[in-house]
Design a protein around this ligand. Structure first.
Ligand SMILES: NC(=O)c1ccc[n+]([C@@H]2O[C@H](COP(=O)([O-])OP(=O)(O)OC[C@H]3O[C@@H](n4cnc5c(N)ncnc54)[C@H](OP(=O)(O)O)[C@@H]3O)[C@@H](O)[C@H]2O)c1
Length: 322
């Protein structure tokens, strides 16, 4: 089958290991299903895989892609849940210390077929296109958990999203605004601020700008470049919810501000299968849909990856198999 895969890791030049070519057709074992993939989407995680982060060298070549949507052999349309817990794990899959994400141990979704445990697919409602559904399993699920499971925000409260044009960030702005939370967003260019506005952000600002009022919660997936601003932007007792550090670890943890204004720092990772089902139901009920900035055939994956590495994406980049 045709697939997009990481041939070998390269920490300095991640795109040098990116390939489009033939990989073996996967066969499902007991308790597993085979999904004919219709669409998959890019995540920063795929770039980390190309850099060799979180993957031992002997795991390469590895098909990329943590999320996607497609059709089971019986014709059922499904959305992939990319968090694979260890067999027998009960409860919140994201708390299983031995869980993996698709493309870490199991081959990923950027291929004509993907095989995964049958627990890791949920039905795709007809209201969602395959492209929309392919955006949900990682970025949108992460945003849903950050907003509705971790932050403690209530409708009418105010939140800031740092770096508004990314996959997780566009999901945070759109979902938060739809739930009645006043969403502020920062972005590095006016075009990217306009993306956040179009998704329902009440106010947008340049990265690092002083806000007109302090907020209840900041969502930060950027790390070093925005961390101090995130801590400065919180009201006393507020919380920063983080799921990543695209620009690396912050050089200053802002400990003094943390204890003196009694802030909270909350980590969040992916989401459970149940949360994915709730996210899908919320999209159907609200009419909110992912922002797909680019849709490309699988064969043109390199174009999408180059844009992601250059920080030139607006929302999600989707790869389609036909
Ligand atoms: N823990 C989890 O489960 C989980 C799940 C998904 C993602 N993540 C992490 O979350 C992060 C974002 O992932 P993604 O897929 O949304 O990536 P993405 O679509 O490429 O978005 C990257 C974001 O980073 C911002 N950014 C990059 N460099 C910046 C800088 N120097 N200053 C300010 N903002 C900057 C961009 O903001 P602009 O709008 O200004 O360009 C953009 O919003 C990654 O670190 C990823 O690993 C974690």
């Amino acid at each position: 089958m045709k697939a997009v895969f990481a041939a070998e890791p390269n920490a300095e030049d991640p795109l040098s290991g990116l390939r489009f070519g033939e990989r073996p057709d996967p066969e499902p074992g007991p308790g597993e299903v085979r999904v004919a993939v219709r669409a998959a989407s890019l995540n920063m995680h795929d770039v980390f895989t190309l850099r060799g982060v979180g993957l031992r060298p002997e795991r390469f070549p590895m098909i990329l892609g943590c999320d996607g949507a497609g059709v089971l052999e019986d014709g059922t349309e499904v959305v992939v849940h990319g968090v694979v817990a260890t067999p027998g794990w009960r409860g919140d899959e994201t708390l299983d210390p031995r869980r993996t994400l698709l493309s870490e141990l199991w081959q990923g979704t950027m291929a004509e077929y993907v095989v995964l445990p049958e627990y890791n697919v949920v039905p795709k409602p007809p209201e969602l296109s395959f492209a929309d559904a392919a955006c949900l399993g990682t970025a949108w699920l992460t945003a849903y958990r950050m907003l509705f499971v971790k932050s403690g925000l209530r409708p009418g409260q105010t939140a800031l999203v740092q770096g508004a044009s990314g996959g997780v960030s566009t999901a945070l702005v759109a979902l938060g605004a739809a739930a009645g939370i006043r969403m502020f967003a920062t972005a590095r260019t006016e075009e990217k601020q306009a993306v956040a506005k179009s998704l329902g952000a009440e106010r947008t600002f340049e990265s690092g700008a002083r806000l007109p009022e302090r907020v209840d919660v900041v969502f930060d997936s950027v790390g070093r470049a925005t961390w101090s601003h995130s801590m400065r932007s919180l009201r006393p007792g507020g919380a920063v919810v983080t799921c990543g550090a695209t620009t690396g670890d912050p050089t200053a943890a802002e400990i003094q501000r943390l204890f003196f204004t009694q802030l909270r720092v909350i980590g969040s990772t992916m989401g459970t299968r149940d949360e994915l089902e709730h996210l899908i139901a919320f999209l159907v009920a609200s009419g909110v849909r992912p922002t797909v900035g680019a849709s490309l055939p699988l064969a043109d994956a390199a174009t999408g990856f180059a844009a992601m590495v250059a920080g030139e994406t607006a929302g999600k980049t989707v790869l389609t198999t036909n």
